[in-house]
Every structure is written in C-alpha cells, then in structure tokens.
Ligand binder design. Structure first.
Ligand SMILES: CC(=O)N[C@H]1[C@@H](OP(=O)(O)OP(=O)(O)OC[C@H]2O[C@@H](n3ccc(=O)[nH]c3=O)[C@H](O)[C@@H]2O)O[C@H](CO)[C@@H](O)[C@@H]1O
Ligand SMILES: C=C(OP(=O)(O)O)C(=O)O
Length: 418
C-alpha cells in the first residue's frame, strides 16, 4: 500500500504555495488525487503523476485564475477544494471554490473554515453553489481557538497562516499524523511552525515559500481496514508499508478484540488466531484516540466477537448508516441516540443515532448491498467476504476514492470478486 489519502491531497494543495516545483512521493492512484490534480491544472499548474513510481511533480510557478464554469464541474467530488482558499488568495488574490463533496456521514458544515478565513481578512461570497473569495487588504495573522479540533479547519489555518503577514496562533488544534506530515512539508517549503504539547500551533508568516520534496506517510485508514478484514474473515494479511507509529490506538484495540499482529520490516501482519473474538467498548475521537475512519471496518469484525460491543461515535453524527446492510446480512446491531460512553459528546441529547450495540457472533449471509460512502463501502465488501454465499455490492466506484487497486488486492488475498 502507499501514501495517505488524507495527507497526499493536502500536500498537493500546499504545492500551490510554493513558487518553485514540488515533488510528492508514495502517491496512491486514487480518485481524490485525480480530482486535486485537475483543480491544480485549472489554475495553470503543471501536474505530472507517474502511477507506477507513485511520484507526483507539481509546478505551480505560473498560476492563473481558473474559469468558474470549469471549477463548477468538480462540484461534489471531494472536500479538498475548500483548502485551496488560502493558497489561492495568497498567490492570485482570489479563489473560486466549487460545492464540496466527500462522504455523507453527517452534516459536515464549513463554518470553522469560513470564520478562520474571514478573520485573516478574506471576503467570502456565495457564487452559485460554490464560493468566491477575495482579500482586498491581504491576509494577516490571527489568534484563534477552535470549538472542536477539526482536521480540515486546522489545515485551513496552516495553509493560510504560512504566507500571512505576522504571527498566527491556533488553540485546540487537531494534531492527526497527517497534519504533522503537512507541517513537516510546509517547513521544508520555508514555513516557520511550532506545535506545542497542549494542542496549540504557532505560525510565523514568511514572505515566500519554495517547493518541497516529501514522501507521504502510509495510509493508516487503509491499514486498519485490511486488519479488520483479516479479523472478520478469519484471515491473515500482511499490509506492506504499514507504519506502527501511526497505528498505536488501533493496534491496542485490535489486540483487545483478540486479533494478533506482528510489526515487521515490510509492514504489519494481522491475523485471526482462531477461537472466539472478544467484544469491547469503544469510542471514536480525535487523535491520539481511536479514529472515526477505523470505526466502520472494525464494526464488521465486531459482529463476529462474542458478547456485546458498544461503539460510541463522537466525531460524526451520522456514521452508522452502513450497519443497516449488516443487519440485513444477519448481524445484530442496535443504534442509540444516547452517548454510550464516558465522553458526553456534541451529539448526545439530540436526534442522532451515534451509538451502536453489537451483539455477536452472528453468521453473516449474502445480500445485495448499495455502498453508502467510502469506509462504509469497504466495510460492506468485508461483510460480503465474511458472509456465506455470493453478495452483490453496488456503487463500488466510491471505494476508489480512498483504496488503491482494491479489486486486485482482494483477488491477491484469495477473494472471488467479479
Ligand atoms: C479529506 C480528509 O482529510 N478527511 C478526513 C478529515 O475530514 P474533515 O477535515 O472534514 O473532518 P473534521 O475534523 O473537520 O470534522 C470533524 C467534526 O467537526 C465538524 N466541523 C468541521 C468543520 C467545520 O467547519 N465545522 C464543523 O462543525 C464536522 O462536522 C465533524 O463533526 O478528518 C476526519 C476526522 O479525522 C476524517 O474522518 C476524514 O477522513
Ligand atoms: C470521511 C472520509 O473522507 P472525506 O473527508 O474525504 O469524505 C474518509 O476518508 O473516511
């Protein structure tokens, strides 16, 4: 496996800040990379991606404003375009942003992003379904506290602050490994950024940034997905390129459920040792806790664990829709509006089915399933492989957003997939 969807796409946006070319390595062949490449090209960047070697070159020295109609053709394709705001305002003085896409796992507002951009000095106007931004007086450093440590809003602030005039300080920042890699990349470009142990980040704006040469960290969500597949199917999978340093909390949980793993020079090998799997209580949360994107694949494995597992999703209000298909396949999953965990999250006492009780083990039977979102889709593939009989999973194109060559990988693991 190769680099992280949730880093590579942001590093490509960061290339826009550099007045000399950038080279990104370990880039996976996934749809989000194509979408961001196209968006950069629409702004005059030369982007060259070699699928075989995974090396992407981006020359952003000659940028120009993009045609709004062409930008609009990317509406709904990904959430990354909102991160173009700061870099485009710095380089071109204006930004046209299409309506956002991404997984429908909650409302996913962009209020934090817009508040941050406005504080820096951006003027934001609705333009059709998208946005048009300008910065008539330039962008100036800010002091800001996030109400919630949003990954995207932290990245928005970083990508805007590095070339803004003066100092920016962010409190309650997200500190996911992908954000740390983005900070390393920006530092290579010439940025001055310090991260404190209390989730605060300080950025001293500089006048100019150059390009970078950076190798992406591994995709920890893909690693957790294959690990969960090994548990759910009673299998044994070596994930080449998996990095232990980004997987800490997942490995703890995997071990508690009864899975075994071995960290090797090549990656991490995950397997089901036989016998019963253990049920567990689990809460998703911001890093360094158990990440929300691991939740859906792991829940499939928990349908095969003995006893009651309780999963409290605290990052998104609507990330259990995929369990409907699991129930159809024979799993016992009951959803609750209450916070079933010690974190009284933002979604408690409201109308969101954001806690799940899974009782197992239950044999799964084949079904016809429509993929709801990226991780839910991969989870349905795992369930289909664990089930008795042949399932039909439709809408699998969504899975190409984040899992490189998953059809080939499944075939290599011995799955019969047509
Ligand atoms: C492309 C990418 O990197 N996607 C990841 C990123 O999404 P993304 O950056 O969109 O996720 P955020 O961390 O921003 O969202 C977390 C929570 O904050 C809320 N929120 C966010 C922004 C805002 O302006 N207002 C607001 O209320 C969201 O609705 C959500 O409930 O981090 C998530 C949390 O690790 C991951 O699940 C996604 O895979
Ligand atoms: C939620 C996800 O991605 P996005 O933010 O791109 O929708 C994900 O990768 O699981």
């Amino acid at each position: 496996m190769r680099g992280a969807k949730n880093f590579v796409s942001k590093a490509m946006v960061a290339a826009l800040l550099g007045s000399t070319p950038s080279t990104l390595r370990n880039v996976p062949d996934i749809r989000d990379v194509n979408v961001v490449s196209e968006l950069l090209r629409l702004h005059g960047a030369a982007v060259d991606y070699d699928v075989e070697s995974g090396v992407l070159h981006a020359d952003t020295s000659q940028l120009q404003s993009a045609d709004a109609l062409q930008i609009a053709t990317h509406a709904g394709s990904s959430r990354i375009p909102i991160l173009l705001c700061g870099p485009l305002l710095h380089r071109l003085g204006e930004a046209v942003i299409p309506d956002l896409g991404g997984c429908r796992i909650g409302d996913r507002p962009i209020d934090f992003h817009l508040e941050i951009l406005r504080k820096f000095g951006a003027q934001v106007q609705q333009a059709g379904d998208g946005l048009h931004l300008t910065a008539p007086d330039g962008l100036h450093g800010i002091k800001h506290t996030l109400d919630y440590p949003s990954v995207g809003a932290t990245e928005q602030l970083l990508l805007t602050a590095v070339l803004a005039q003066g100092i920016t300080r962010l409190d309650n920042a997200a500190v996911e490994p992908e954000i740390k890699d983005l900070i390393d990349t920006l530092q290579k470009m010439g940025a001055i950024i310090s991260v404190d142990t209390d989730r605060s980040i300080t950025i001293e704006g500089v006048e100019r940034l150059g390009g970078y040469d950076h190798t992406s960290l591994a995709d920890r969500i893909e690693v957790g997905s294959w690990a969960s597949a090994a548990l759910a199917t009673g299998g044994d999978i070596l994930v080449h390129g998996a990095q232990q340093r980004t997987m800490g909390m997942f490995l703890n949980v995997f071990r508690k459920v009864g899975g075994e793993f071995e960290v090797t020079q090549q990656g991490i090998r995950f397997w089901h040792p036989g016998g019963d799997l253990n049920s567990i209580p689990l809460q998703t949360d911001v890093h360094p806790a158990f990440m929300t994107d691991w939740q859906q694949p792991l829940v499939v494995a928990l349908t095969q664990a003995k006893g009651l597992s309780i999963v409290h999703e605290t990052v998104y209000e609507n990330r259990f829709g995929f369990t409907e298909a699991l129930v159809k396949m024979g799993a016992h999953v009951q959803l609750y509006r209450e916070c079933l965990g010690d974190n009284q999250c933002r979604f408690g006492q409201r109308n969101f089915l954001h806690s799940a009780v899974i009782s197992g083990p239950t044999p799964l039977k084949a079904a016809d399933i429509e993929v709801p979102d990226l991780r839910g889709g991969f989870s349905h593939l795992i369930a289909a492989l664990a089930a008795e009989g042949t399932s039909t999973v439709s809408g699998i194109g969504i899975i190409d957003r984040g899992y490189e060559s998953f059809r080939d990988k499944l075939a290599a693991l011995g799955a019969a997939v047509e």
